[in-house]
Design a protein around this ligand. Structure first.
Ligand code: G6P
Length: 476
């Protein structure tokens, strides 16, 4: 029988029967838990008073156990708003300039990781396999090892991993990024990310031994490898077909009055390049006036991390830019940009993607960007839309049929939009077929299998490194 799998992430999405608004991480975790006995452990999303002991709650649903704990107000501020989202998030997205470090927040981050380890520890059985997700929990394996657990523990980073000189800008980086050396396997989104982490690991100290993705630190071994995260391609494609007939999509189509639709869908986050995208759309309207009143740009942007000042600032910036473009180019019968701050279920979004002739995905930096993959999966293969994709999204490494643009160059993005709108049907079909085929093979189930197989192997071959070492010694 397969060993039990324990998934750990900051947020846990306990199914409640309502429509699913799951992000990429939830889709990934669900794929890993599919057909397995499993546990999903993490924060409940609730913040309790500072004096109260953290409540742990256990929910059973269809052979899965969901274990969640609340955070106190101080933990929430220091760990989540503070170190995770004001230091790690910007630095790992190459924005050292936005990082606001305090040692109090770092202390809170390490303390909450210790709380997670304490709360999880009693549930761990000797045969369990543990898989930890994302930047909130970098030191968790170290905490679990210190509590005596020698289980296989893997880690997957959903966001980018910058080069060592940027990682080293993190104060006390050895306590956070350096703690990744306590996992058996660390998975990254792209080869470039894996290479960056490998170079960082190689620089960590004198007792580091490195052999193609395998590292040894004072007797501990860790593997580093790329596992580009994926989507449930066939399921998503079906959802898009069905939802294309939904009232939401019918109404949208009716309201467009035959205009082409350009669609952007992102959390409101400075890494997503939303202001630059809006400016690029403004350039597009100015440079190619033949498209005036013939296109509508719909930007769907749920608000995010309201407790972090940088997110409030981006909200104002985007509101201002949308107003400028609509004021300048709009007329009584046409609003050039429709900007919406609410979130939609995955099924509803799938229908919107299928209705859009252009998917505009222009992050300044993104680990993968599953919107790009979902947009491709949602298209009608007979008459597909075109993906305009930032070269700085991990997805650009795989989606070779996209129109790839540099989000820092508004004229280039504007030209990309025009190219996408003008692309002949044959070319659209060819590009789409190529990308869909790739996504159909490299789907989320395969991603989870590949990671778990590699984690099993990482733990199973204790003699491997010794063997490699003696081999190299003989050759030298
Ligand atoms: C990114 C991260 C996830 C995170 C999500 C939403 O995709 O990789 O770990 O859950 O953003 O952010 P939030 O702060 O709302 O959990």
């Amino acid at each position: 029988m397969a060993p039990r799998l324990i998934l750990v992430s900051n947020r846990v999405n306990v199914p409640n029967g309502g429509p699913r608004q799951a992000g990429g991480l939830t889709v990934a975790v669900n794929a890993a838990l599919k057909n397995r006995e499993g546990v999903w452990f993490g924060w409940s999303g609730k913040v309790s008073g500072d004096g109260e002991p953290p409540a742990v709650s256990v929910t059973e649903r269809r052979h899965k156990t969901f274990i969640t704990l609340d955070l106190s107000e101080t933990d929430f501020q220091e760990y989540y708003n503070g170190f995770a989202n004001r230091v790690l998030w910007p630095v790992l997205h190459y924005r050292v300039d936005l990082a606001e470090f305090t040692s109090v927040d770092l202390g809170g981050y390490l303390r909450v990781n210790g709380r997670f380890a304490d709360a999880l520890s009693p549930f761990i059985k000797p045969d369990d396999v543990i898989w930890v997700h994302d930047y909130h929990l970098l030191p968790l394996a170290k905490g679990l090892r210190a509590r005596g657990h020698s289980n296989p523990i893997g880690f997957f980073l959903h966001i980018p991993c910058p080069p060592p000189d940027i990682l080293e800008a993190l104060p006390h980086d050895e306590e956070t990024m350096g703690a990744l050396t306590h996992y058996d396997l660390v998975g990254l989104q792209t080869e470039q990310d894996a290479d960056n982490l490998s170079r960082y690991f190689a620089g960590l100290g004198a007792n580091v031994y490195r052999a193609s993705g395998l590292f040894e630190f004072d007797g501990r071994r860790v593997r580093v490898r790329a596992f580009p995260v994926a989507i449930a391609t066939a399921v998503y494609s079906r959802a898009a077909r069905n939802s294309a007939k939904s009232p939401l999509v019918e109404e949208l189509r009716g309201s467009l009055g035959g205009k082409r639709l350009i669609l952007g869908v992102d959390r409101l986050d400075y890494s997503k390049g939303i202001p630059g995208r809006i400016q690029a759309y403004g350039h597009f309207l100015e440079k190619y006036p033949e498209w005036l009143a013939k296109v509508t740009f719909l930007q769907v942007t749920p608000k995010s991390r309201a407790g972090v000042p940088e997110y409030r600032a981006i909200e104002q910036e985007v509101n201002g830019l949308v107003g400028q473009i609509n004021g300048r180019h709009g007329d009584p019968a046409w609003t050039p940009i429709r900007y919406i701050n609410r979130s939609y279920s995955r099924a509803a979004l799938a229908g919107l993607y299928r209705s859009a002739q252009v998917g505009l995905v222009t992050p300044l930096r993104d680990g993968m960007n599953l919107v790009a993959k979902e947009y491709v999966a949602a298209q009608d293969p007979e008459n597909p839309g075109v993906l305009v994709l930032s070269q700085f999204a991990g997805a650009a490494q795989e989606l070779d049929g996209a129109v790839v643009v540099n989000p820092h160059e508004p004229e280039g993005v504007a030209a990309g939009i025009r190219e996408a709108l003008a692309m002949p049907l044959d070319e659209r079909r060819d590009r789409h077929a190529r990308m869909y085929e790739h996504l159909a093979v490299h789907d989320i189930d395969r991603w989870a299998e590949r990671f778990l197989t590699a984690l099993g192997e990482a733990k199973e071959r204790p003699g491997l490194l010794k063997g490699l070492r003696s081999l190299f010694a003989q050759r030298a």
